[in-house]
Design a protein around this ligand. Structure first.
Ligand code: A2P
Length: 343
């Protein structure tokens, strides 16, 4: 069977990768509709010799569409997805809007594909940092039973969309030209103040939750990790934006219920679906963001046992967050649904 497919937000940083993943991973489409704002209507996007004309997203865009991949922001999903559901379209949403809705499965296919069976027309794709971490930790959790995670992230500017990437390029040039860098978007377009990202690190991704002093991005890691693993893992996250164009890195420390056996740890990581163990310190082999642009794997290195705790393990995780953290995971959810007879 072939499907009538739509991409909502097709001109954005993630939307473009969704288009690429649909081709690269052979999502069986009969037709492909690219949707964006009125600003982009009529724009022609060429891919693999085919031309696609971008259409304006409206309430009527989903008549006859079987499956839609969404990445145009939470407010767009909130406003338009009910029309898509009504039209019988199955929606895979990369925004945060529906993620914690108990009616909506939140899925990393290799971790909790079973949850897809309960969908009611909407499936949420988790936050990029959470997907990457969940994928890397899944087999370790199955075997050693993770109780607690302490994570610091080093997140690329493309997580803030095309505007984030443009800002890093522009500000870098401004600094090189001896000018003051002008900040317009980061750390968060909708917050009050903006700070330069060029030659800087910003310890704020998304807005603050003033009740508990964590940011929303940090709370996504806390809450979404529990929902994906379907257990009460304790998570403490610090999310930082760094001047990297593409690829999120995470320093992850876990505490497990069962004592760790390092041979088993390496065996599980080598044998985890979607995970590439990239760890050879004698030869200075460890993952770095610039090594893996455009690939769909989660790369894990610097794996080491805590010096004082037999239940403590540190590692360094890197993945192209536009791929595994967003577009690839969404398309993989669609492929998994076909395999499970749900689409
Ligand atoms: P457009 O390019 O027409 O503004 P990014 O992830 O880079 O921030 O991209 C956001 C995506 O969401 C873009 O494809 C953008 O389209 C789309 N988008 C933003 N606002 C709207 C809207 N009101 N209706 C439809 N699509 C929108």
């Amino acid at each position: 069977k072939k499907y009538k497919v739509a991409i909502v937000g097709a001109t954005g940083a993630v939307g473009r990768e969704m288009l690429r993943c649909i081709f690269q991973f052979n999502f069986p489409f009969e037709s492909l509709k690219l949707l964006a704002s009125a600003r982009s209507a009529g724009k022609v996007i060429e891919f693999e010799g085919q031309e696609f004309v971008v259409e304006e997203l409206t309430e009527n865009s989903f008549e006859g569409v079987d499956v839609a991949f969404w990445s145009a922001g939470g407010s767009i999903s909130e406003k338009y997805m009910p029309y898509a559901v009504k039209a019988g379209c199955i929606n895979i949403d990369n925004t945060s809007h529906f993620r914690m809705d108990p009616e909506v499965p939140l899925v990393v296919p290799e971790v909790n594909a079973e949850a897809l069976k309960d969908h009611k027309g909407i499936i949420a794709n988790p936050n990029c940092t959470t997907i990457i971490m969940a994928s890397a930790l899944n087999r370790l959790n199955e075997y050693f039973d993770i109780e607690r995670i302490v994570v610091s992230t080093y997140q690329a500017v493309s997580g803030a969309g095309v505007a984030g990437m443009e800002e890093l390029y522009r500000q870098s040039q401004e600094v090189l030209d001896g000018k003051e860098p002008v900040a317009k978007t980061l750390p968060c377009a909708s917050d009050k103040k903006h700070y330069p990202i060029a030659f800087n690190c910003i310890p704020q991704v998304d807005k603050f939750d003033l009740d508990n002093a964590f940011t929303k991005e940090e709370m996504k890691m806390v809450n979404e990790t529990k929902k994906i693993f379907n257990k009460d893992i304790k998570v403490n996250a610090t999310c930082v934006r760094v001047p990297v164009l593409r690829g999120h890195s995470e320093s992850v420390y876990i505490e497990t219920k069962k004592p760790l056996d390092m041979d088993k740890v390496f065996e599980l990581l080598s044998d985890s679906h979607g995970v590439d163990l990239y760890d050879d310190i004698e030869n200075q082999i460890y993952p770095m963001a610039t090594l893996f642009i455009g690939d769909e794997l989660v790369h894990v290195g610097r794996v080491r046992k805590d010096l004082d705790n037999d239940h403590g393990l540190s590692m360094w995780i890197v993945s192209d967050q536009l791929m595994k953290g967003a577009a690839y995971n969404s398309v993989d959810i669609g492929l998994k649904m076909i395999e499970m007879g749900l689409l």
